[in-house]
Design a protein around this ligand. Structure first.
Ligand code: GLC
Ligand code: MG
Length: 253
């Protein structure tokens, strides 16, 4: 007999994971809505976007209202309908975070092109960087930051975006924080992603994880180097890949 599992917490990246194909997104939304009604499943979006940029996408794509939004690559957490980032989360990120020093050090690298002002956030400094120079630039940048006692995390995504975040401030850490607060077991949690800034979703706990079929090379490579039976690489792309993962893990209402 096949045993079915209750899905208590559903967490997904947005661009190129949940969003990418409208008809499979519609199907998945119906199923998530059913899960919510049946089990009270909490829905959380974990995105690199700022909250304002998320709101534009949510309107354009008719996304379900989430129970929490993890924005700016994990550095901002909005729980429920709150317009203000969670103060406890901010408090955790503030320790040893010196944004101005980071910006000053990064400005020494001509290859780092600052992203637009709207994507520069209190706990997130973001650049564009060509994949051809990543292997040179990132270790040097890391070293200079370490030399100045700046304990940060550098994340490269989609072969173009480089984010510098507080060490405790990525998407995965925000998920662990929410799971603790809501007292939800990793076995009843599903995380879904497609790119480098989603790696942290998979690497801290034993949440069930789906990597969509269209995933970027940086996440695929990480998956291949860290094989575990609670992660699944879907054949299908975008939301259809998530639907495939829900069946694979037997999260069926
Ligand atoms: C989103 C954000 C951008 C970030 C990227 C990768 O596109 O808008 O600032 O660099 O995600 O995390
Ligand atoms: Mg994405």
């Amino acid at each position: 007999m096949v045993s079915l599992t209750t899905l208590s917490l559903f967490i997904t990246d947005l661009d190129r994971t949940l969003v990418g194909n409208d008809s499979s997104l519609d199907r998945l939304n119906q199923i998530l809505d059913l899960y919510r009604q049946t089990w009270g499943t909490k829905i959380v979006y974990a995105t690199g976007r700022s909250r304002a940029s998320y709101q534009e996408l949510a309107t354009a794509q008719s996304l379900l209202a989430p129970d929490a939004l993890i924005a700016a690559v994990g550095t901002e957490l909005y729980v429920g309908n709150s317009d203000n980032p969670d103060p406890e989360w901010i408090e955790r990120l503030s320790t040893n975070w010196h944004r101005d020093k980071i910006v000053e050090i990064a400005s020494r690298f001509a290859d780092l092109e600052p992203q637009p002002p709207a994507e520069q956030r209190p706990f997130k400094v973001s650049y564009f960087l060509s994949p051809s120079v990543v292997a040179d630039v990132v270790p040097q940048l890391q070293q200079l930051l370490v030399d100045r006692n700046l304990d940060v995390e550098i994340i490269y995504s989609g072969s173009k975006d480089l984010d510098i975040l507080p060490r405790n401030g990525d998407k995965g850490k925000a998920v662990q924080f929410l799971r603790d607060r809501w007292q939800i077991d990793p076995s009843q949690t599903l995380v879904c992603g497609d790119s480098g800034n989603d790696i942290s979703l998979f690497k801290y706990g034993k949440e069930r994880g789906v990597i969509v079929g269209n995933a970027h090379s940086e996440l695929r490579l990480w998956y291949e180097l860290h094989p575990v039976d609670y992660h699944y690489l879907a054949a299908a792309d975008y939301a259809a890949g998530i639907l495939e993962g829900l069946n694979y893990f037997r999260f069926v209402a």
